[in-house]
Write a protein of this length. Sequence first.
Length: 63
Amino acid sequence: MENDLKQRRATHDLSQAALGEAVDVSRQTINAIERGRYDPSLELAFKLAAHFDCRIEDIFTPE
C-alpha cells in the first residue's frame, strides 16, 4: 500500500517521534509505514486520518 504520510508529516512540521506520540505508536512504526514496510491497522489508519483531518483514502492508496 502506498501512502503520503511523509509528505503530510513534513507539511505539518512533525518529526516521526512527534507523530508517533500523537497517535500512540513508536517512531519506528511511523518510519516503517512511510517506507512501505508496514501496513497500519485500521485503528491506526483512523488515528492518522483524524490527526491530519482527512480521510484514510487521502493518506493510503492501494498499489
